[in-house]
Design a protein around this ligand. Structure first.
Ligand SMILES: [Zn+2]
Length: 420
């Protein structure tokens, strides 16, 4: 039989490891641990998509390629999906980091006008071009560390004009950078200073002005709310997410991060795609999430940076059948671009195995951004978003940490990072 033409073949991988993508649902319980593993593997891509996968001998006899990469001794996995970032902002908060090291809590800093509100000030002053520049710089680093798709939240503008500016910056970056950016409207990230004494008026603004404007300009896919004591309560979050839903924005929720506030229950009640953080989520809330298949997006590097020693109870969530995804929570108080570090912390603090963590950073994360039909696993028909790791097998993920294991990144079938 004549060999079919491929654009790119990756051959001789010591191991190819990928979650199974056929279930049409995020993976839960033991499914998270079961990877498809092929030794001495190869993968063929054409027009940005995977057209063949298997042992090197069989792939090479079926395809001939314009470009061949020899991955000898290395491991092939799907590109990472980072399902929770605050990508777009200006400025930095290294001074606040020192205050936190001396014992100040997140909410104490927030009440002093630091934290999110400091970044809001810097972001309002920044031009759209400056924000685009910042995002591109971050995405370059994320891509080098293996992230090929990223969810990005607004939330440092907190006026209609500035939220739209941030989301337009994301839209521009998505067009011009290899990493795919999935935009989330997070106008309800904090109560801005000018609404400090009248928070309900700010909720009105989000519902009556921001959401209609953002959706008519097609600037976001998801709507998120920071549901927490000192931010937005459950009633306010419910109202905002319902309004978003009505305008076509799928709901997500920052839930139960610092205090148990009924966030997991709300996420289940409204059928959110995901609830994120969940350090203080109740057993009832988690059971409700499992029932409605709400994805728990866990952010162990955020816990690490908060220094409270409190982490989400991932093992219990897995027992209960809650699907788990992992993200960086990249933001000015948790400045981490690297999903490999998230895996390292998730293994040690959440007690996930490298296989579970890989599923959480790829296929389940793809479900959390509504892209699982296209990305998140290596299989025929999906996008060829592929990492070649300088590691003999996938168990090196999390095990070897503090260095970048990525050797090459293929996005949409094109070699975009080559660290040889
Ligand atoms: Zn966040």
């Amino acid at each position: 039989m004549p060999r079919k033409l491929a654009d790119l073949v990756i051959k001789n991988a010591s191991e190819l490891a990928t979650p199974y993508g056929g279930s049409q649902k995020p993976l839960i319980g033991k499914q998270m641990q079961i990877l498809r593993i092929i030794k001495n593997a190869a993968l063929a891509a054409k027009d940005g998509k995977i057209i063949g996968i298997g042992e090197t001998a069989s792939v090479m006899s079926a395809f001939k390629a314009d470009e061949t990469i020899d991955a000898k001794g290395k491991t092939v996995i799907p590109g990472f999906v980072d399902p929770h970032t605050h990508l777009v902002f200006a400025g930095s908060r290294e001074k606040e980091f020192e205050t936190r090291l001396k014992g100040a809590t997140y909410m104490e800093i927030h009440r002093e006008g630091g934290g999110i509100l400091k970044t809001v000030q810097d972001t309002r002053q920044a031009s759209e071009d400056q924000l685009i520049h910042n995002c591109r710089r971050t995405l370059d680093i994320m891509l080098e560390h293996g992230t090929t798709t990223v969810e990005a939240k607004s939330g440092y503008g907190l006026t209609t004009k500035d939220e739209a500016k941030c989301l337009r910056a994301l839209q521009q970056v998505n067009i011009s950078h290899p990493v795919e950016v999935v935009p989330t409207f997070l106008g309800a990230h904090a109560i801005p200073i000018e609404y400090e004494t009248k928070p309900e008026d700010y909720v009105d603004l989000v519902v009556e002005e921001m959401i209609p404007y953002i959706t008519s300009a097609k600037l976001a896919e998801f709507c998120d709310v920071f549901c927490e004591k000192g931010a937005f309560n459950v009633e306010q979050a419910r109202r905002i997410l319902h309004a978003g839903n009505k305008h076509g924005l799928k709901p997500k929720l920052h839930a139960d991060e610092l205090t148990p506030s009924g966030g997991a229950e709300l996420a289940a009640e409204i059928g959110a795609v995901s609830a994120e953080h969940l350090l203080c989520a109740s057993e009832t809330g988690l059971k409700m999430m499992a029932k409605r298949c709400v994805i728990a997006v866990l952010l162990p590097t955020a816990s690490f940076t908060l220094m409270t020693q409190k982490y989400a109870n991932a093992r219990r969530m897995i027992e209960l059948g809650v699907p788990i995804a992992l993200g960086t929570d990249f933001n000015p108080s948790c400045w981490v671009e690297n999903q490999q570090l998230v895996i390292a912390v998730a293994c040690r603090q959440l007690k996930l195995t490298p296989a579970e963590a890989l599923t959480a950073c790829t296929l389940n994360a793809a479900y959390a951004v509504n892209r699982a039909a296209e990305i998140g696993s290596l299989e025929k028909g999906k996008k060829a978003d592929v990492l070649i790791l300088d590691a003999p097998n996938h168990s090196f993920l999390g095990y070897r940490f503090g260095t970048n294991l990525v050797n090459k990144v293929v996005k949409d079938g094109k070699l975009v990072v080559d660290l040889n």
